[in-house]
Design a protein around this ligand. Structure first.
Ligand code: ASP
Length: 327
């Protein structure tokens, strides 16, 4: 190559470098320029779906683009999470994952097609969700003590609804069942939205579910709540005793729900999404709706992508020894 050719090649390289330097940040800066898909790994109407809809409704206003919820069901939320992990890392496909999909799934699925930490960028924590022990309205036990006696005596007959292996409802009832030393029949659904319908209809006996799905039904008297598995009662359900008050202090369970983006999503996009989520959590209407449903709104220090990354890491460490021996 002669001097002219070399300098031309050099110039075009410099131009390309300049263009990519100018274009890449400009793209992230303009983000989003079209609608965003938020994958919800369970059926519509369940806790993950409800939380995702409440928060993304506000985030869409901040971001100036609509956020379309896509319910992708199956395998306790892992089908959807695998799909989200494979999506383009451009900020236009996100997932609302939770303690099941992004922690408990690791020990439960040896061939999991994604890894919560290696396949995703944490965006932000949305809500903590205490777990309740719930039963169909006409389930014979009147309180938690009677429930414990009844399910132990009828362990072969009773069944427990859940949202698939690795879902929060599955994992938290596994914990309850191991505390009680029973192995009831599990009845899987595509989410605890449909599982709750079956509970209300009296088709299944009991369920461990996140509070946001339970408050409307408990208040309407369509199901029974034996206890909430947190140290304190929840203001949205002042009459529901804690598991400690009701005689089963060993059963403590609270889930969490959070937004994740595919690994490699540019940092400025993650920052924009996080800021929109944080703004939503500070909005009075959003807060009111989340609190009415019993959610625990994360404190500001717990809302950063880094804090969510740490939570996921700790939760995988916490659930792995608990769930691995059970298979
Ligand atoms: N999050 C629920 C669970 O893991 C399912 C759902 O949201 O429908 O059990």
């Amino acid at each position: 190559m002669n001097w002219y050719g070399r300098s031309l090649a050099g110039a075009s390289l410099a131009l390309a470098a300049l263009l990519s330097a100018v274009v890449a940040p400009a793209r992230a800066q303009d983000y989003p320029t079209r609608s965003i898909t938020m994958i919800v790994p369970f059926a519509a109407g369940g806790p993950t779906d409800v939380i995702a809809r409440i928060v993304t409704g506000h985030m869409a206003q901040t971001l100036g683009q609509s956020i379309i919820i896509e319910n992708v069901v199956g395998a306790g939320g892992t089908t959807a999470s695998a799909r989200a992990a494979r999506a383009a890392n451009d900020g236009y496909t996100l997932i609302t994952g939770h303690m099941g999909t992004h922690a408990a799934s690791v020990p439960l699925y040896p061939n999991l097609a994604y890894h919560p930490e290696k396949s995703f960028e944490p965006v932000g924590l949305l809500a903590g969700t205490p777990i309740l022990i719930l039963a169909r309205k006409d389930f014979p036990p009147k309180d938690l003590k009677e429930f414990v006696t009844y399910v132990k005596a009828n362990a072969e007959k009773v069944n427990a609804a859940h949202a698939g292996v690795g879902s929060v409802s599955h994992v938290s009832c596994q914990l309850l069942n191991s505390v009680l030393g029973i192995e009831p029949v599990g009845v899987p659904f595509n989410g605890t939205g449909p599982a709750m319908n079956a509970l209300v209809a009296g088709q299944v006996d009991y369920m461990c579910d996140q509070i946001v799905n339970a408050v409307p039904q408990i208040n309407a008297g369509t199901i029974k709540a034996y206890a909430i598995a947190t140290p304190e009662r929840n203001p949205s359900l002042p009459n529901v005793p804690t598991t400690a008050e009701a005689g089963l202090p060993a059963f403590q369970a609270q889930a969490w729900n959070a937004i994740f983006a595919p690994k490699g999503t540019p940092a400025p996009i993650i920052a924009k999404l996080n800021a929109a989520a944080v703004k939503a959590l500070d909005d009075e209407t959003v807060r009111k709706r989340l609190l009415e449903l019993g959610s625990v709104i994360p404190q500001p220090a717990d809302r950063t992508p880094e804090a969510l990354g740490t939570l996921v890491n700790n939760e995988i460490k916490k659930w792995t020894p608990v769930l691995k021996p059970a298979g």
